[in-house]
Structures are given as C-alpha cells and as structure tokens.
Design a protein around this ligand. Structure first.
Ligand code: ZN
Ligand code: FE
Length: 268
C-alpha cells in the first residue's frame, strides 16, 4: 500500500465494516460494500471527502443496500461515481462488471486492484487485491474472516476451499480487510478445533483485549490467518483428528476435513 493510503472502517448494522479507502492528497474516497448509505454519507461529510468509486464483493443486501442512495447523493453533488462489482451476480447500478484477473485502476487513490474470483459464500463472489507497494491489500468480503470463513450459501465446500487456498497463497504481509467483526466468535470455534495451537491462544487473548475496548480486530494478515484460522489449516493433522472426533465418517483429506469443520461450525 502506498504509505499515504488510509483504510478506515465505517461501522454498519451490528457487525459490518464498510471500508473507506482514502488518499489525503486528493480527498477522494472509495467505499467497499456499502450496505448502509446513511453511515457512509455521514463519514463523507465529517471528513470533507468526495466519493468516486464503490467496490462490491457480492450481492448480499448488507453489502449492496446503500448503492442506490449513494448514487443519488453523488448525482446531486455532481460527483462522477463508478460502481464495480462481480460480473456473475446481480448488483444494482453496477457500471463495471468484473471477473478473475480484471484490473480496477483507481487513479485518484493511486491504487490498482486485481480481481480474484472466490466462489463459495455466493456463486459470483470476488475479492480485490492491490500489490502496488509495501503492504498488499486484500478486500475479501465474506470469504475469509479472521479465524473463520463465510457460510456456504451458494457454493460447495470444494469451491470454498479452492477460494481460500488462492487467498492463502497471497504474500504473507497482505493486510486482510473482511466485512464483519466475527473474530471473537470465530476464535471460540477455532480453539475447540485446535486447543493446543499456541499462536491461536495468544491471538485469542489479544483479540479479547481489543474487543473489551470495542476496537476492531481487522485488518488481519495472511501470515496470521495461516497460523490460526482452522479453515486455512485443514491439511494439519491436529485438525484432521478433531474433525474425525466430531464426525467419525469424516475423511482425513484436506477437503474432507474442511467439509466437516465447516459443517461443525454451522452447528457450533
Ligand atoms: Zn454475505
Ligand atoms: Fe455479509
């Protein structure tokens, strides 16, 4: 990330983060998954910023619900606005439809994002990855959470595992901006799956401290997630053993283990 790039969470609903990406030289902002327009407009006005891009990861209303109103707001201000979203989903007012390897160039933010297809949570879910500089940025919606992953609403376990594997192959320094503050609940489950993971225990303590102060646990990094997130670790023997303890028919392959722990988490 260019050292001037700033990414700020705007809280929405009970646990959503709408990420505002800004650059101080231009006072221009891009919003990621604005499910609620009111909190975004409030943010723009308080910070005297101009909105010129919206990036959408998938079609769920808590990620897209604010688009129409924000579009009307920009029209009224006579600000040009471009809405980017996945080609394979029905996104309201989507100007640029994207799929794997497309590039989104946000000139005023000095950033360019590569699009990554991530089917699993929804069929057409995408992420945006910027590798322009020191700390790469990943905007991954509801696919990878800290300590967890999205529910399988439209895709198979195999698709989700492939999608998560793509993300775990990104540079370890990548800063991961997901859209929900689910970390504490995810870690309770992660500890049930892998109680002896010391990195996980330490991370869990740190997260509990942050949450007591009502601070965001996001961004996380690919490096941390590979150490603590059970859904990136189904190849580990400790997790395979736990999966078999949960369901004796669970296959001790990476996919078999992933499938079992995703099902386990749904009931946890
Ligand atoms: Zn969703
Ligand atoms: Fe969501």
């Amino acid at each position: 990330m260019s050292s001037l790039t700033k990414i700020t969470p705007i809280k929405a609903f009970s646990d959503n983060y709408i990420w505002a990406i800004s650059h101080p030289n231009t006072k221009t902002i891009a919003l990621v998954d604005p499910g609620d327009a009111a909190v975004c407009i409030d943010f723009l006005e308080k910070n005297h910023c101009r909105l010129n891009a919206i990036l959408i990861t998938h079609h769920h209303p808590d990620h897209t619900g604010g688009i129409s109103e924000l579009r009307a707001y920009c029209q009224q201000k006579q600000w040009p606005l471009t809405v980017y979203g996945p080609a394979n989903e029905n996104i309201p007012h989507c100007d640029v439809k994207l799929a794997e390897k497309d590039i989104v160039k946000l000139e005023e933010l000095r950033l360019s994002f590569q699009v990554i297809d991530l089917p699993g949570h929804t069929a057409g879910h995408v992420a945006y990855f910027a590798n322009d500089s020191v700390e790469p940025i990943l905007l991954c919606g509801d696919t990878l959470f800290s300590g967890g992953c999205g529910r399988l609403f439209e895709g198979s376990a195999e698709q989700m595992l492939n999608s998560l594997t793509k993300l775990s192959n990104l540079p370890e320094s990548t800063q991961v901006y997901c859209t929900h503050e689910y970390t504490q609940a995810n870690l309770k489950f992660a500890l049930a799956v892998e109680p002896k993971n010391v990195a996980l225990q330490n991370y869990s303590n740190k997260v509990n401290e942050l949450r007591t102060k009502e601070l965001a646990t996001i961004p996380t990094s690919i490096k941390v997630e590979k150490q603590i997130n059970p859904f990136l670790r189904s190849h580990e023997q400790a997790i395979q053993i736990s999966a078999v303890q949960f369901d004796s028919k669970s296959q001790t392959t990476t996919l078999g283990t992933f499938t079992t722990i995703r099902r386990w988490k749904d009931q946890f």
